[in-house]
Design a protein around this ligand. Sequence first.
Ligand SMILES: Cc1cc2nc3c(=O)[nH]c(=O)nc-3n(C[C@H](O)[C@H](O)[C@H](O)COP(=O)(O)OP(=O)(O)OC[C@H]3O[C@@H](n4cnc5c(N)ncnc54)[C@H](O)[C@@H]3O)c2cc1C
Length: 310
Amino acid sequence: MSVLVIAEHDNHQLKAATLKTIAAARKISSDIHVLVAGHQCGAVAEAAAKAAGVTKVRVADGEALAHQLAENMGTLIAGIAKEYEAVLAPATTAGKNYLPRAAALCDMAMVSDIVAVESADTFVRPIYAGNVLATVKSSDAVKFVTVRTTAFDADDSNSGSAAIEAVAAVADSGKSRFISAEMAKYDRPELTAARVVVSGGRALASADNFKSVLTPLADKLGAALGASRAAVDAGYAPNDYQVGQTGKVVAPDIYFAIGISGAIQHLAGMSSSKVIVAINKDEEAPIFQVADYGIVGDLFTIVPELEKAL
Ligand SMILES: Cc1cc2nc3c(=O)[nH]c(=O)nc-3n(C[C@H](O)[C@H](O)[C@H](O)COP(=O)(O)OP(=O)(O)OC[C@H]3O[C@@H](n4cnc5c(N)ncnc54)[C@H](O)[C@@H]3O)c2cc1C
């Protein structure tokens, strides 16, 4: 049977998270359909049709789907889910919002945030802030699965040529309403997609220090900026910089943890990074247990020296 992947997009562009979710879906079936639900989202459907491994793109185009409100998305997905053996969405803010609703409408279970596919009905997912990997098997007729996108490699060869067909868009549920979106705009790479991440913690001690100490290093490396929750809570960094269990999950090639102790909730968001560099004045700091390279010392001396040396 086929697998349905729900596309992540902004009505104009298909997001990379979709390709990674398709990579997970290909481990379940070779017949992959993609649902593009939105408004005036034809360009997204075209892009999805080119994605490697996709056999069909289904487009639900309607005003009620313009902002992918969970109530409307849930109803739409539940209406077609039973044609599939599995429905997959990226474990992003949007996917985590609508997919459990669709699963509940079909009276089936959710399997959330998977990092591996063992077989068509068996998946691996982190629990206890990533300290334990649970292997779970679902006996439901349709598996509703969100995918941790950092765990799967996208095939961006654009080698597909899937057919595109329309599906009926749903009417507005009237239960929620889109009011406005404030999109943060940064002139540096997006945190979850960056090759290099420079993250700062409580030790930066102020928003001014956070900016003046970390930005030159991040600029040199073409890196995204991240932060611990302590740094975010103290107002040193914006909320959407937060890495960890209750923040973003990142897996860059290089992750700099600067003045970050390495609490398990922080590790949950970055321990899959390929190379971890820690700078901390306390040689006993837990971050050194996961670091590939560690520098013990005062970040206010080391970071400028490192930046100069690059
Ligand atoms: C339910 C729950 C969810 C959570 N979710 C998250 C999450 O998503 N992300 C997250 O990050 N945290 C999260 N936390 C908080 C987490 O437990 C820690 O409190 C937090 O990560 C600590 O941040 P920190 O490392 O910046 O601060 P601290 O733990 O205070 O560490 C600061 C570090 O800086 C070092 N230091 C101090 N001065 C210097 C200096 N001059 N030079 C070099 N090093 C210096 C210190 O030695 C210390 O190791 C969560 C907690 C809970 C309970």
